[in-house]
Design a protein around this ligand. Sequence first.
Ligand SMILES: [Zn+2]
Length: 400
Amino acid sequence: MGLKFRAYAGEEMARALRARLDAACALYNALRSADAEAYRERGKGLTQYELRTLALRLRREHDEFRALFSQVAQQVADRFYEAKERFFEGLARFPRAKKPHRYYSLVYPQHGWKVLDVRPIRSGKKRMMRIRFSNLGEFDVLVHRDFPLDEVARVIVKMNRAGEIYVIFYVEGFNPYTPLPSTGKVGGIDVGIEKLIATSDGQYAPNPRIYERALVRLRRLQRELSRKQRGSRRRLKVKRRLARAHERVANIRRDLYLKLGKILAELYDLVVMEDIDVKELIGKSYRSQRRRLHDVSFHELRAMIEYQMRKYGKEFAAVDPKDTSRTCARCGYVREDLTLGDRVYVCPACGWTADRDYNAALNILARTGRGPPVVPVELRPLPLPTEWQGGAMSREAPRL
Ligand SMILES: [Zn+2]
């Protein structure tokens, strides 16, 4: 499990980190080109070993890459190789060339980093850890949780779009969180646009449309940015503000998803969701709903729910998403004519009438082989904090 802490560094260190990230990105793209060339020449791409060797050679031969710690350079090769593997397993598209602002972490294995000292700060449990990374420099990490430092398998240094730095320690098989008590219950969870999630017990969370609500501001900043002269100080200022605005949207969303995940971990011992391909869903939807789909970010929502379930000692499973919305949860009839606009599922075969998302959640649960009770329910909201209860335009919703 990864333990993520905020890290602090001076302007100079931040610049150094940014330069290393750019170098890692350039190395990734160089390896990608070499792989494509190998494919053209001999009909197969580079092996993991060849990629690692090439990464080290490029590092030796080019000043640009020499700034990277050797094992960090090897890890860049591994990252490309793993992305390629996912493509061959049919799980992702072929890895594209990375743009510098999309490449934002350096991975250090067991070596290349050293804790210099740890000191308590004022009262409380928090401590400040001084850590040095080879070929990079020193950072102050605000540690708010204990973990076995000698069992750390790798450390990741990360910088987000707003320039905030994080250090993540990965400790194999270590979970610092206290498991939540078992409830003996299994929940099927449907994810959607109208309702963010619906459970097989008939509970739901509305979709607060965080991105959509922030869009006016984001667009305004984007327009402002395009009016500013390239390379000017004002442009840089607006650019930073835009990055912070994006980061704020991401933070609020992450916070909501984590809250939801925790609620589900309290309710269920096992949560079942769809193994869904967002792109497939988007392709089928209308234009106006496309943005809302982006707003939900299914991938992130599922990842956060899985993370929370495991963190609290619970289980997570994904099932085949085919026809979960179109199938009648009571008799199994498949309604081919169901559209995204149909909010209520009415079965022409058996007369079952239920909220569309509740029906889908029941089907998702049934795919684990467990027969849920298929009964009509009154939908009720999940116990989220009030600011998330109101849905789209709640006045109390967090300001964006
Ligand atoms: Zn039916």
